[in-house]
Write a protein that binds this ligand. Structure first.
Ligand SMILES: Nc1ncnc2c1ncn2[C@@H]1O[C@H](COP(=O)(O)OP(=O)(O)O)[C@@H](O)[C@H]1O
Ligand SMILES: [Mg+2]
Length: 492
């Protein structure tokens, strides 16, 4: 399977004069309709070239027309707002529709459990210790909040902690999840998911008498789901299940398995956070638990995309952490390799007090069992697999550009790859990055006075982006380690 994504907007139509002109025209139209006394408006209504009485009549007619248009505009905006409030209330009946505050309990959909992510945090949510904050508490935003990410405060013994609550998918993806569970059970799309998920765990587990030895979490019956199911491995699944059991200690083991099944069909983020924990030094948010179809994570801070204009030293510190992050992804005590396949700066966030960087969107991480690959002694196991950007066609204008690309088939079988270094160097750090809208790249504009402290910096960066471009005869991993040393010295 070959996947690729591109950034169509770099140097694209936004900077095109024709479009700007059209934008200006659009604003002119607005002015004509809404602003009294603007020249366009006067021309429109023909004022200024007739006798006074006609002029007054026309001016009066203009004001009346403008008032009408203004009233129509206000009325439609009000109706649109009402519509959002009503539809944003989750369709739980008209009685609750006028409640502007989004009901967190309703948002959790705990009635779907055990076809949910877990219940560990339900008491805190039901008792009102976790509360939605900012604009995300209003039901009007439910419709606009496509990403289903909410901000919240958690009152722990009188101290407020900032949280991020995620539904982990868009509403239509959550509806499809229900259909998928029913399908795996062999029922029609409108089945009772709470029963179907229990059935799947009861009948398809190692202990089951019905289908002995056919564990749904390991076998083919689970079918396709999230990216955690790519590069399948028994040890990987056991590792994730053990972590989920440890995290949700005290709960019914079958319920935990049903939660794991639901999660891996949709988005494995909570499982990855349970298995590769912040307390073990993984550069991910702290995971607090879930209630129904909502998970709660540490609010890390603003996303990396908002750090592109920070001073060079700050950005150098963030780049250093990105290299350390991918070093850990490849070499760690678990003997699993984690591959980032969506290295957009929006998927990283920075703690503003410590400047520490964390990866916050783990949906598309591919986990590979390195131990199994080494034991299986596959062909070319000791050779470095070098990632390459594929040509892809831009949507607008049809120009050919390079795209961030990877082959899952290769990542699943080769224990030694430079994919993660390619992801951060070509994706974010170097100029014209493949995964960022910011054309200069994260490491732009080295201060003149600091250039001597960063020897061969630009060459190393381009070598890491594309080894065939550089003149240093280093592969991507070697170039990244050089960059790491230089950055460490520079930041001392
Ligand atoms: N733990 C977090 N801390 C801070 N911001 C977050 C966190 N998780 C998500 N966000 C914010 O929400 C946005 C969307 O979340 P993400 O998990 O990337 O969902 P999506 O799959 O929709 O991209 C992120 O780009 C970021 O701005
Ligand atoms: Mg994201």
């Amino acid at each position: 399977m070959l996947n690729s994504s591109s950034n169509d907007d770099i140097g694209g139509d936004f900077h095109d004069g024709r479009n700007r002109c059209e934008e200006a025209y659009y604003f002119c139209q607005c002015d004509r309709l809404l602003c009294s006394g603007d020249p366009g408006g006067r021309r429109w209504f023909g004022i200024g070239h007739s006798g006074q009485s006609t002029g007054l009549r026309q001016s009066y007619a203009m004001k009346t027309r403008q008032r009408w248009l203004l009233m129509i505009f206000i009325l439609s905006a009000f109706l649109a707002l009402l519509l959002l409030i009503f539809s944003g209330s989750g369709g739980s009946g008209a009685g609750k529709a006028l409640n502007l505050n989004l009901d967190l309990d309703q948002l959790t959909e705990r009635n779907k459990c055990p076809a949910c992510f877990g219940v560990k945090l339900c008491p805190e949510m039901i008792q009102g210790k976790i509360k939605l904050t900012d604009w995300t508490k209003y039901s009007v935003t439910k419709l606009m909040n496509q990403k289903n990410v909410f901000y919240a405060d958690w009152n722990i013994r009188g101290k407020e902690t900032k949280l991020i609550l995620k539904k982990l998918a868009h509403d239509n993806e959550l509806d499809n999840l229900d259909k998928t569970i029913c399908e795996r059970h062999g029922r029609d799309h409108a089945c009772d998911v709470t029963r179907s998920v229990q059935y799947l765990i009861d009948e398809y587990s190692h202990a089951s008498q019905v289908h002995p030895g056919q564990n749904i979490l390991h076998g083919g019956k689970i079918g396709e789901g999230s990216d955690i199911l790519l590069c399948p491995s028994h040890r990987k699944m056991e590792f994730l299940v053990a972590a989920a059991k440890k995290f949700n200690k005290g709960q019914n083991p079958k319920t935990i398995l049903a939660n794991v099944l639901t999660t891996i069909l949709l988005n494995p983020e909570p499982l990855i956070l349970e298995a590769f924990t912040a307390s073990d030094g993984w550069p991910f948010p702290k995971y607090y638990g879930s209630c129904g179809r909502i998970v709660a994570e540490e609010y890390v801070g603003r996303s990396l995309s908002q750090y592109m204009h920070e001073p060079f030293k700050t950005r150098a510190h963030l780049a250093l952490q990105l290299i350390e992050m991918v070093n850990k992804f490849g070499e760690n005590p678990t003997n699993f390799i984690l591959y980032m396949t969506d290295p957009s700066p929006d998927n990283f966030a920075v703690n503003e007090n410590t400047n520490s960087l964390k990866m916050i969107d783990l949906e598309n991480i591919i986990v590979v069992d390195k131990e199994e690959l080494i034991l299986s002694k596959t062909k070319d196991a000791d050779k470095l697999l070098v990632s390459e950007s594929m040509d892809c066609e831009k949507n607008k204008g049809g120009a050919i550009s390079k795209c961030f690309s990877f082959s899952t088939d290769d990542l699943c079988v080769r224990p030694l790859t430079d994919h993660n270094y390619y992801a951060i160097c070509a994706g974010i750090l170097a100029p014209n990055p493949l995964s960022s809208d910011f054309a200069p790249g994260l490491l732009h504009s080295i201060p003149e006075n600091d250039k001597a402290k960063l020897p061969q910096f630009t060459e190393l960066l381009s070598q890491c982006k594309d080894p065939s471009l550089g003149s240093l005869d280093l592969n991507r991993i070697e170039a990244a380690q050089e960059l790491l040393h230089i950055l460490k010295d520079y930041l001392k």
